[in-house]
Design a protein around this ligand. Structure first.
Ligand code: ZN
Length: 423
């Protein structure tokens, strides 16, 4: 899905612009000094807040050690963050012989965010608190193929109204709305998404007038990578590859450090696993997506079972029906075996190239097929990877559940809040 051309785009902030409220007037020298102090203060707030956000409760002493800031600075920053409602005290921690230390944690009630998953088969809108606990979700099936951008924009706004109404929240008071799209996002909110048949669609511009909170748009594989690192199976990994398996296939390379996480997308789905192989929608042949994308899986099943298609209609329902018969020998089991083999080869290529410590299978196809095919995927990965690299790489299923992609999109406004030091 996901990548689609070009280097990883940066999140686009399209809604209400945030103008710094305290523009310094005066001579250039004074302005430079004022900005430096402010930058330093913001940096200190970001360090403390990010540590608490990503790694959970900590004492002032822990924060001092983790951030390298002085005791007085940590103390001041914490006082400010508590006064702003971002951080609260979370009980006492016994310390050996000494005075018990007060633990601090981020306050989930500080703000709420919306994350939107523009999939190829559904639109899902999730309302989360800013620590990414789910408050409410709304999922709409959509016309598969080439959905009208305006129709999808209307589903998104209806979803935001539904989840905020359900939770009694005011849409205007959201920290922001993050939207994950299965493609590349260019400046001005233009979206290139081949799996949707979109080329340069001004989706950001279509949505912005209907969204009362700051709007962010980004590639869904990149944001999913960020979410798996923050809250899912990537926690604690130094370098994780988060594979998004759906109709399209993409992967994010996510790197974690004590100070935060960076996530970039790759065009993994269009790396070739079979010379002269199956035709891919990108125009090439033998791409991974033409073997492990949901459409390719269903097509193989149809071929193996003499033209039969599992289930009534809808790609997700058909994959579910296929899995329901995969427990006994037959075309479904053979399809699962073949998908696992190609997926393992695709993962082996990534491991040989990037030596991650973890590979995380995410997206709705992973949720549907992952548990059944994981042993075979690991086996195929090992057979195609150098031993010392395979030994150092764990292959796991994502832990973010059905809302994974929406939750990934919700990381966009949160990331901006953390970067801005919580202001
Ligand atoms: Zn391709």
């Amino acid at each position: 899905m996901p990548g689609t051309g070009a280097a990883a785009p940066r999140p686009r902030h399209l809604g209400r612009s945030r103008v710094a409220p305290d523009i310094v007037r005066g001579s250039p020298v004074k302005r430079a000094v004022g900005q430096t102090t402010r930058d330093l203060r913001r940096h200190n707030r970001t360090s403390v807040l990010t540590r608490l956000y990503l790694h959970g409760p900590a004492s002032r002493f822990d924060l001092m050690r983790a951030t390298g800031l002085s005791s007085a600075t940590v103390s001041n920053v914490v006082t400010d963050l508590v006064a702003d409602g971002l951080v609260a005290e979370a009980g006492l921690l016994d310390s050996d012989g000494g005075r018990p230390r007060t633990l601090l944690e981020v306050r989930p009630g500080y703000a709420r965010v919306v994350g939107v998953d523009i999939g190829e088969t559904h639109v899902q809108v999730g309302l989360f608190d800013w620590t990414l606990e789910t408050v409410a979700t709304a999922t709409f099936p959509m016309d598969e193929g080439s959905p009208e951008p305006a129709v999808l924009a209307a589903l998104v706004t209806a979803g935001i109204e539904e989840v905020t109404a359900e939770a009694g929240a005011d849409p205007g008071e959201l920290l922001g709305v993050g939207v994950g799209v299965p493609g590349a996002v260019l400046p001005g909110g233009l979206v290139h998404a081949p799996t949707l048949g979109w080329s340069g669609v001004p989706f950001g511009g279509l949505l912005a007038p209907h969204v009362a909170a700051p709007l962010h748009l980004d590639n869904c594989a990149r944001t999913l990578g960020q979410a798996e690192m923050w809250r899912g199976a990537g926690r604690g990994a130094e370098r994780a590859i988060v594979a998004l398996l759906a109709v399209g296939v993409g992967a994010a390379v996510a790197t974690g450090s004590p100070g935060g996480v960076t996530s970039t997308t790759s065009e993994w789905g269009h790396t070739v696993v079979e010379a002269g192989g199956a035709a891919c929608r990108c125009g090439s042949r033998g791409c991974l997506e033409a073997y492990v994308g949901a459409d390719a899986i269903l097509e193989h099943y149809a071929g193996a079972s003499g033209g039969a298609r599992p289930g009534p209609s809808g790609t997700e329902q058909r994959v579910a029906a296929l899995m329901a018969e995969a427990g006994r020998p037959g075309p479904a089991a053979e399809t699962v075996r073949r998908t696992a083999e190609y997926l393992g080869i695709g993962i082996a290529n990534l491991v040989n190239l990037l030596s991650p410590d973890r590979v995380i299978l995410s997206g709705w196809v992973s949720a549907a097929m992952g548990p059944a095919m994981l042993p075979a995927v690991r086996d195929a990965m090992r057979r195609h990877t150098l031993n010392y690299l395979a030994d150092a790489t764990a292959v796991e299923i994502g832990r973010l559940g059905q809302e994974a992609v929406a939750l990934g999109a919700a990381t966009l406004p949160v990331h901006e809040l953390l970067t801005a030091g919580g202001r």
